[in-house]
Design a binder for this molecule. Structure first.
Ligand code: RAM
Length: 887
């Protein structure tokens, strides 16, 4: 009878994830981490306990049995980063799991839906396959094909393919490409680790005759054309594959890669990430990946030595063809030259439709802009540095309509020049295909100002154009992960997309690029480029911190702690009297590539301070009390030295927009002077620079927040609504649809004595986009209860805006903040996920001016008044949806 009395809690666990992924097949951590979000219609909901069941058999789980792991009732409010603690997980097995929770009154919820994860190949012995490549005689050929017939007698219950193809691969089964990944696997330092991918291939399997095909591209593994060609190349393309089929009688059949595979050159005759792809359709071999194809004249695949790196699972979203774009216009600036405008700068390629005669070579040249005559201008794609243009060539086989898109390259572009066609091409003969790492959207933001919305749009395009397995600096010229760019964009990217796996992977990339203590300035790969400078290396300390702050990820901190410590100690030993002089500085301010107004030591020392403060917190969190204290003391010393060295008290300034912004953001100033420093920053913007920015990438990240936090939101607003040089509005007037590397169209490089066009899609200049969420909508994580377990809601209400509206899907669930003005009152709708609380700052002098759904907030059960602070009423609010009115 007691049982019947149990009421079901008004909480549902949903969005269940394993190692940040939904139903992953292919996990190679032996203690994967589980998480769920909670949903509820009510307020003040908490989780006080949970129970997780894991079973190898769905029927058992459905009967509430967890023979692999039954956590029992765990008294805990945790809903993420929960380490699996059941029996030893076995390679290739699938584990089903579900969770139920108890609420604040001890009521039990329904079980969540059952989900699963599947293990990859955990031990080296699980790989029975060999690495294979082309025979010696075919070494110079590009895009080789491999095939192997495979007879399966019996009914297939389960089928998996495990594959790593370097640089890039496509896997085929019975003539059909398996999966929707492109440009796979993600780039790594192949001497350290190579990613394999697991596919469910059951739907592609035939009873009886099957054929497995693999096509290889050069990718980053055999990138030997651009940037230090002698160094960049790891070797010739190769792959390892293992296909495992479980039959209904319980037996298994395994197909391994070895010299029994046949190989032949395919239709791709050239491919390079930067320079593009050439495809000769006359060389297509119809049915090559189908059973019954005659491969008698094919050569034999050759066993080759494995790459140096360990095979590990690709635990991040793959690159995909995410969407298509219809060109907005086509022009014909010269006879035989057709220029397509996609209307948007993006990363990807173009899908071509053509009906030409055999042997016609259609050439597509990709560029970010056009010149005065309407011809594509490839300069901004970095030809001066790469020596190549982005060109795809398709050679027709003739005889009717042909549709083609490349496989092993991509381009950063808006315009395409088509030449070589005999007929009159039409607008729809080219379609833009947007290609990038397919991160899930996490946030959305809009406000009443069209310009700011346009900027947000450009920020998103800029970011997505630069996610290709690594966070690239630009999608054409360099395409590499410069560390300095990553720390300024990290928070902007996290608010907009689910970046947990992406940044975890990248932090490991940095680890693989470390030699001694310091990381190099670029990771991963061989373009290590010069030395590691502190203001770029700081990424190795900041990125784990953001994963901790935004996702509550302690493991990433533990994993990299010793490395981060070495880096910090290195900064310490480089500093002179606590001032760090090395660095690149506030990169790419208006008018320059190198810093102008802000000496390098200001930004490097400020970032050294930031690193000490966050290391002190991370050390404490993982139980290194001594370190925590030490770094805390370092931070104090740096602060004293910073103020003594750079603060001009008479003028309340550190000398530039960047210096003042970062000092305000970090509290790196005499506390009592903060308001005055903010005032002189605002003055510098308004008066000295006539509402223009003078910041580089480090200053721009914090400029808007530092202004708005001290009541100068409208100064920040004016900067974003500026239309003359230098400003984003000015870039828009030049046709920009993404954020540029520089504020000018061209730049004179004095060192090389020439004019350069810089990239037109460079996220490092877009890091300020975090401010739309943190500042305008006011959604921030609280370091004391990371992962948005406690949320800080503090919108910066700007006179010129009528509303601002943002949502963020946190690891704890959906957070929303929407304020608007309505007939003299300020309305503020907020949503706080179950099992979290928010500290909310209301712009009001007293709680008497605030009501919730027409009731004074003093009478609202789940709102607790904490006090009044700097003109804000501060309340602690429990989970739920609320409608406040202020004024
Ligand atoms: C440039 C890149 C990159 C920057 C480095 C230092 O070449 O554009 O964004 O981090 O320089």
């Amino acid at each position: 009878m007691e049982q019947l009395a149990v009421r079901f809690a008004d909480l549902v666990a949903m969005d269940l994830k394993c190692d940040y992924a939904v139903n992953p097949i292919g996990i190679d951590t032996i203690r994967p981490r589980l998480s769920w979000a909670l949903e509820s219609g009510g307020r003040g909901r908490k989780q006080t306990a949970y129970r997780i069941l894991v079973s190898e058999r769905l029927e058992l789980l459905n009967r509430d049995q967890g023979e692999v792991w039954d956590s029992g009732k765990v008294i805990s409010g945790r809903q993420n980063q929960i380490e699996y603690a059941g029996t030893m997980l076995q390679s290739r097995l699938c584990y089903y799991w579900k969770v139920c929770v108890w609420d604040q009154d001890g009521n039990l919820s329904e079980w969540s839906k059952a989900v699963y994860w599947e293990m990859g190949l955990l031990k080296a012995e699980d790989w029975q396959s060999s690495w294979v490549g082309c025979p010696e005689s075919e070494q110079e050929k590009t895009g080789p094909l491999f095939r192997r017939d495979w007879t399966i007698e019996g009914e297939v219950l389960k089928a998996r393919a495990y594959i790593c193809g370097l640089g890039y691969y496509e896997l085929y089964l019975n003539g059909v490409k398996v999966g929707d990944h492109v440009l796979d696997p993600a780039q790594t330092d192949y001497d350290q680790r190579c990613f394999y991918v697991v596919y469910n291939i059951a739907e592609h399997m035939n009873k009886g005759q099957n054929t497995v095909g693999v096509m290889l591209g050069n990718g980053w593994y055999h990138q030997n054309k651009v940037w230090n060609t002698s160094v960049m190349d790891y070797g010739k393309p190769k792959f390892v594959a293992q296909l495992v089929v479980t039959l209904s009688d319980g037996t298994e059949q395994i197909l391994t890669s070895d010299e029994q595979w046949k190989t032949a050159p395919g239709p791709i005759v050239a491919d390079n990430i930067y320079a593009g792809e050439t495809y000769d359709a006359r060389l297509e071999l119809d049915g090559w990946a189908n059973p019954g194809f005659d491969d008698n004249n094919w050569g034999q695949a050759r066993r080759v030595s494995p790459p140096g790196g360990k095979l590990v699972i690709q635990m991040m979203p793959p690159i995909r063809k995410v969407k298509t774009i219809r060109p907005v216009r086509m022009t014909n600036p010269q006879p035989g030259v057709y220029v397509y405008d996609m209307g948007q700068n993006f990363a990807g390629w173009a899908r071509l439709k053509a009906s030409e005669t055999e042997g016609t070579a259609i050439r597509l040249r990709f560029a970010e802009t056009v010149d005065a005559d309407g011809m594509v201008d490839t300069a901004s794609t970095g030809v001066f540095a790469t020596g190549v243009e982005q060109i795809d060539t398709y050679i027709c086989k003739g005889g009717g309509l042909e549709i083609w898109q490349p496989r092993f390259t991509y381009h950063g572009y808006r315009y395409v020049e088509m030449t070589g066609v005999a007929g009159n091409p039409e607008l729809d003969d080219l379609t833009g295909v947007v290609v990038h790492t397919d991160v899930e959207p996490a946030g959305s933001f809009e406000c009443s100002d069209a310009m700011i919305n346009k900027i947000q749009h450009a920020v998103l395009w800029t970011q997505l154009s630069n996610l290709h397995g690594v966070p690239t600096d630009c999608p054409a010229r360099e395409r590499c992960g410069w560390l300095g760019d990553t720390h300024v964009i990290a928070e902007m990217s996290i608010y907009n997309f689910d970046m947990a796996q992406f940044w975890s992977k990248y932090i490991h990339d940095i680890e693989t690029s470390r030699r001694g203590s310091m990381p190099f300035d670029i990771a991963p790969g061989k373009r290590l480029c010069l030395r590691g400078v502190p203001d770029w290396s700081t990424a190795f300390i900041q990125l784990p911190w953001y994963l901790y702050l935004y996702y509550g990820d302690e493991q990433i901190v533990r994993e990299h702690y010793s490395g981060m410590k070495l880096v910090l100690e290195q900064f310490h030993s480089q500093a002179k009297q606590w001032i760090l002089y090395e660095g690149r500085g506030d990169w790419c301010p208006p008018g320059s590539i190198v810093p102008i107004e802000t000496p390098v030591e200001i930004t490097s020392t400020a970032l050294f301070y930031l690193d000490c403060t966050i290391m002190s917190q991370m050390a404490k969190m993982i139980g290194h009390a001594e370190d925590s204290e030490k770094y805390g003391k370092w931070a104090n010393r740096i602060k004293e030295a910073f103020i003594a060295a750079f603060y001009v008290r008479e003028n309340y300034t550190f000398g530039s927009q960047t210096a003042d912004s970062i000092a305000l953001y970090l509290g790196l100033l005499p506390e009592s002077d903060a308001k005055e420093v903010a005032a002189s920053l605002a003055d510098d913007v308004r008066v000295k620079h006539k509402s223009h920015l003078s910041t580089g990438i480090i200053g721009s990240r914090h400029l808007y927040g530092s202004l708005s936090q001290y009541g100068y939101g409208d100064v920040a607003y004016a900067l974003l609504n500026q239309t003359t040089y230098p400003s984003i509005g000015h870039l828009f007037s030049k046709g920009a649809t993404t954020i540029w590397e520089n504020w000018e169209e061209t730049k004179f490089n004095a060192k090389l004595n020439r004019v350069e066009h810089r990239s037109m899609s460079h996220p490092m200049q877009a890091g300020f986009g975090a401010w739309f969420y943190q500042g305008l909508a006011g959604i921030s994580p609280d370091p004391e209860q990371p992962g948005f377990k406690r949320i800080v809601l503090r919108p910066q209400i700007i006179e010129s805006l009528h509303y601002s509206k943002a949502e963020y899907r946190s690891i704890h669930g959906r957070i929303a903040s929407h304020w608007k003005r309505h007939e003299g009152t300020l309305c503020w709708d907020i949503t706080i996920p179950p099992n979290t609380t928010a500290i909310a700052y209301f712009p009001a002098q007293s709680a008497d001016c605030i009501s919730e759904s027409a009731t004074p907030i003093g009478d609202i059960e789940h709102v607790r008044l904490l006090g009044v602070e700097n003109g804000n009423v501060v309340c602690e609010i429990s989970s739920g949806a609320y409608h406040f009115e202020i004024g």
